[in-house]
Design a protein around this ligand. Sequence first.
Ligand code: ZN
Length: 203
Amino acid sequence: MKIICIGRNYSQHAEELSNKKPESPIIFIKPDTAILQSRLPFYIPPFSNQIHHEVEVLVRINRIGKYIEEKFAHKYYQEIGLGIDFTARDLQQNLKEKGLPWEKAKAFDGSALIGNWFNKNNFSDLNQLDFELVKNSETVQEGNTSQMIWSIDTLINVVSRFFTLKIGDIIFTGTPAGVGPVVENDVLEGYLEGKKAFTLKIK
Ligand code: ZN
């Protein structure tokens, strides 16, 4: 399986990192080795002094497809989740300045936290989902999927033009504003429409 991540899908987050609003979705891939095994803590890797949390709504693909039309995209997933795209921001900044690929900063081992999955039928409108990240009992990121520049179904259309989507693939749909650093002993909790999606300790 592969993890497909979308960059700058919320304009306020693009602004906080002084990035221009993209004309089309920024797409990058994490390998399956990026998945943080469940119930394990996140260990700050030795190559970064600035690991940022990016809380994101996730979609799990349950049908193979390519060139999926937006109007049929909803047939390709049944579950929605919440996760974190951990980012070595110092390394990413360095790579961006040199125009180099981001993989070392974005796709390292443990960089993809995948929380619990929820059947999409639990939600009345996937384009109106509230989610938040709580760090040490304080809300640090809050978003609603209505703030996405490209909706879930639009993303499936765009992504599937480049990459065949296979059963089990996961799309990270981008982070809202409020990204920030994590340090040892932080505790992160994620909520999707008030439902607990994960609790994670930083080591
Ligand atoms: Zn992200």
